[in-house]
Design a protein around this ligand. Structure first.
Ligand code: ITT
Length: 198
């Protein structure tokens, strides 16, 4: 039995590896790079598409496949970018392009700070069934990028109860409060039970 992470996002892979004490293989190390069409209308739906696609491509029932679909939602923008966070600035946009699009969008509304939250949906697919868990992190986004830590929208996200962005805060703090950490806390016992079944 092996655990495979169905993500092409290096930031997610790093965080999963740092937060789990089990060996996690990147799907690309087995299957090479692959584009997966994420056309569901929810984080849960897209997480399931990614985990199911990789599970099927692996063509072996000896794997537990985990995926993460995540994003940032801004109530001022009607919940955008939400499930479109990875392509907010268009198809093929980089993290920096998306970050600057969000800064420009809130700035154009005359706002320097507004509430936002991250969502992470983690799907687990194996021969013993499919599971999905969620985690959230609430805070504000600001119109100035600060700090180099984390990835994606982290340089403008200030978690509730803090004054610094996730780009500036110690990475240990993100690992203790993040949407991904919270979803993983729910995913870990499921993975443990599944591991024992193999
Ligand atoms: P995979 O689908 O291959 O996992 P992706 O980057 O396309 O990689 P998503 O479709 O789930 O992943 O999009 C998530 C986007 O939301 C990601 O590109 C980031 O911009 C943002 N995001 C999610 N979690 C984040 C976090 O912890 N910190 C900063 N940005 C995050």
């Amino acid at each position: 039995m092996k655990i495979v992470l169905a993500t092409g996002n290096k930031g997610k892979l790093r965080e999963f590896r740092e937060m789990c004490d089990i060996e996690i293989i990147a799907f690309s190390d087995i299957l090479g790079e692959m584009e997966i069409i994420e056309d569901a209308d929810s984080f849960k739906g897209n997480a399931l598409i990614k985990a199911r696609t990789i599970y099927e491509k692996l063509e072996s029932d000896e794997y537990i496949v985990i995926s993460d679909d995540s994003g940032i939602s801004v109530p001022l923008l009607g919940g955008e970018p939400g499930i479109y966070s990875a392509r907010y600035a268009g198809e093929g946009a980089s993290d920096k392009d998306n970050l600057h699009k969000l800064i420009d969008t809130i700035s154009s509304k005359g706002v320097k700070k507004t509430s936002a939250h991250y969502t992470a949906s983690i799907a687990i697919v194996s021969k013993y069934g499919e599971y999905v868990v969620h985690g959230w992190m609430y805070g504000d986004i600001i119109s100035t990028s600060r700090g180099e830590k984390g990835f994606g929208y982290d340089p403008i996200f200030v978690p509730l109860g803090y004054n610094l962005t996730l780009g500036e805060l110690d990475e240990e703090i993100k690992k203790s409060i993040s949407h991904r950490a919270k979803a993983l806390e729910l995913a870990k016992p499921i993975i443990e039970i599944l591991k024992r079944k193999f």
